[in-house]
Design a protein around this ligand. Structure first.
Ligand code: NI
Length: 182
């Protein structure tokens, strides 16, 4: 499948770096967005952050509706979580940079995110209790060098890393989930 080989896998150090803000949307910015969307769809992901394709800039792409058949991509530039609820929820999360594992992660249940789009407009996204709420937080974390495993307790993180290493050794590829590997 085109694209999947471009995805950076943990423990690549590029997944641990803070990403630079994008000052201006240029043709290169648009090309990056297009490439990220291509890679995300190729791997059947619902979100992808620029460092996952090796670019340390603040851009994420998300499409939480693709499973329903038609594409509805969001491109978020310089996204910020501006509100997060105290109430949390726990969801099984996967990540294209950690193929083969699904991990229960606790996060705020509701978030409000501000980001620019490719036209330079400031957009606001609000999500509560759904895949979009999880995906926004998961992808924005990547821009600070934070991965889903950083939300686990040290003991659970050690377990998840062991499961991930087993999955990689068994040939897991970006987009594979825990159930694909059973
Ligand atoms: Ni991820």
């Amino acid at each position: 499948m085109p694209g999947i080989s471009d995805i950076v896998l943990s423990p690549d150090p590029r997944l641990r770096q803070p990403c630079a803000a994008i000052d201006e949307v240029t043709p290169a910015t648009r090309r990056l967005a297009k490439r990220m969307l291509r890679d995300m769809y190729a791997a059947d992901g619902c979100g992808l952050a620029a460092p996952q394709v090796g670019e340390l800039v603040q851009m994420v792409v998300i499409d939480v509706d693709y499973a329903d058949g038609k594409k509805n991509p969001y491109v978020l530039i310089n996204p910020q979580v501006v509100e997060a609820s105290e109430e949390t929820m726990t969801t099984g999360e996967g990540c294209l940079s950690f193929p083969g594992i699904t991990v229960p992660i606790q996060r705020p249940r509701r978030v409000v995110v501000q980001a620019e789009n490719l036209d330079g407009d400031l957009m606001q996204y609000e999500a509560e209790g759904n895949l979009l709420a999880v995906c926004l937080q998961h992808e924005i974390d990547h821009l600070a060098g934070v991965t889903m495993l950083d939300h686990l307790s040290p003991a659970d993180r050690v377990k998840a890393i062991a499961t991930y290493n087993d999955a990689l050794a068994a040939g897991a590829r970006p987009g594979d989930t825990a159930s694909d590997m059973e």
